[in-house]
Design a protein around this ligand. Structure first.
Ligand code: GLU
Ligand code: ZN
Length: 493
């Protein structure tokens, strides 16, 4: 569906660290904009000075860039509706709030929190709807003056229409909200600060947003926003009510909603573990959408080609870490070797690398990279898989040592050393033959014979294909490490 008129927005509040749910929202908006040839707007909803932070803002932009989710209008790129940070648009909101009041769409409410609570309780007890009861809807000038003389402060409330509000959600179809369930709501605080309920739809209107795609948690604010939108149309601020599509909840462990506070939901975690951006995007796109019945690994270009908001599923999506990893692994395999070697870069340096920079051997890295590429799930695993090539001595991993160095290990290692010393070091097959023969001499299958050799040489029981690893490490260092292991075994005996 090409439609260059499409204008979507991603409008995060810069609080805390970016999380999976937020990125899924950004991704669906972005994919829809790119699929239709429309415009992606990035707007920063930083009207809550107490919670917003500049650090969080920087992180958000950095995360979007890392993922390749670019924007056509917004911070740093500008655009016809600048500024795109709400903290810089306060005059606009004050102006609109004033016009809404002048036109009778909003009014001052002088009720105190305690009074509201008392009436709410009474309504509950009587089985009536317990939202705001409209007490200040039609105050006369005298009543207002009297309240003000008492020293009361007031918030500004939007006057909801008395009819039901119906709209067709792009994901869940037709929805109707009755007036009892959507009472008049605050749009400006007593201190004059505009609320999310006002600034979000006002900016959507001013920025010409055509499709609002956001999480299901915001569904209850949609009827309010539609009513506000209609008032804005009357005032000439908005042209038409946008379409809304609410993306399904994402469930985590134990079928509970994945929350921002869940460690699993932190975007930085995936980045630090070495997810590829395209692997993570691929997985996140499956939270509420599917590519096809028999394919769930695809490129970003394929996603863009296929993505349509109409195909998003209303049912809750389940976050499945194993599946995310499997998809990421597939994306690692899809890279060409040079791109893979490049992508591993950060984990071959401080602070991840456990070797000194001058110990790094580019030729050894180049030789081992293809073997690593077919085995890693996340890039951060590269460090432990190749450190044996760069460290002067292999890491000491007690658990691995205990597991592999069972009785008989010294005898096996002694024979393996002899056979390896005589092997052809230009061929991994010849090294395999050597260890195989050593195993046979002691009645051990290859797998069992291999384990002590692997631990002696790499320090660990699991790793990359052993014989290729030995070949790359070289004859001298391999034999020296086996000797050191034999010495250690002898000392323990
Ligand atoms: N700033 C809001 C949030 O982060 C945006 C909600 C919306 O998309 O309307 O929840
Ligand atoms: Zn009131």
């Amino acid at each position: 569906m090409a439609n260059a008129n499409v204008r979507v927005r991603f409008c995060p509040s810069p609080t805390g660290n970016p999380h999976v749910g937020l990125v899924r929202t950004a991704l669906f908006n972005w994919a829809f904009a790119r699929h239709t040839g429309g415009t992606m707007v990035l707007r920063i909803e930083d009207t809550d000075a107490a919670r917003d932070s500049e650090e969080s803002y920087e992180q958000l932009l950095d995360s979007l860039r890392w993922l390749g989710l670019d924007w056509d209008e917004g911070p740093e790129v500008g655009g016809p509706h600048a500024p795109y940070r709400q903290s810089q648009r306060m005059d606009t909101y004050a102006d609109v709030a004033g016009r809404l009041q002048a036109a009778g769409h909003a009014y001052h409410c002088y009720c105190t929190a305690e009074e509201l609570e008392v009436r709410r309780e009474a309504a509950r007890a009587a089985g009536r709807p317990s939202g705001y009861d409209g007490q200040c809807r039609d105050l006369t000038a005298e009543q207002r003056a009297a309240y003000e003389a008492e020293g009361r402060t007031s918030i500004v409330r939007f006057r909801m229409p008395d009819e039901p509000i119906t709209f067709t959600d792009l994901v869940r179809g037709e929805l109707t909200f009755t007036p009892e369930n959507v009472p008049d709501y605050g749009i400006v605080r007593a201190n004059g600060a505009p609320l999310y309920t006002l600034v979000n739809p006002v900016d959507d209107a001013l920025m010409g947003i055509t499709h609002v795609l956001r999480g299901e948690d915001l569904l209850s604010s949609t009827p309010r926003q539609i009513a506000l939108y209609k008032a804005l149309i009357e005032l000439g601020v908005a042209k038409e009510v946008p379409s809304f599509g609410h993306l399904p909840y994402v469930m985590g462990e134990g079928n509970k909603k994945l929350s921002k506070r869940d460690p699993q939901s932190s975007l930085n975690l995936y980045r630090e573990r070495g997810f590829l951006p395209e692997g993570l995007l691929n997985y996140l796109s499956l939270l509420g959408w599917s590519f096809s019945a028999d394919q769930d690994v695809f490129s970003v270009a394929e996603l863009v080609e296929k993505f349509d908001i109409a195909d998003v599923n209303a049912n809750p999506a389940r976050f499945d870490l194993k599946k995310a990893e499997a998809i990421n692994a597939d994306h690692i395999r899809r890279l060409d070797v040079a791109a893979f070697a490049e992508a591993c870069g950060p984990w071959l340096r401080a602070p991840y690398a456990n070797w000194a920079p001058e110990q790094f051997d580019p030729a050894a890295w180049e030789a081992i990279a293809p073997y690593a590429q077919t085995r890693l799930t996340v890039l951060s695993d590269i460090t432990a898989n190749v450190d044996f090539l760069f460290l002067a001595e292999p890491v000491e991993d007690e658990a691995s040592w205990t597991k592999a160095m069972k009785p008989g290990a010294a005898e096996l290692l002694t024979t393996a050393r002899e056979k390896l010393a005589a092997a052809d070091w230009s061929s991994a097959d010849s090294l395999k033959e050597a260890v195989l023969a050593a195993g046979e001499a002691h009645g051990l299958k290859l797998g069992k014979a291999q384990a002590p050799v692997r631990v002696a040489v790499t320090g660990r029981t699991v790793g990359l294909p052993l014989f290729e690893s030995l070949e790359i490490l070289g004859r001298e260092r391999t034999l020296t490490r086996i000797d050191a292991a034999l010495t250690k075994l002898a000392a323990a005996a």
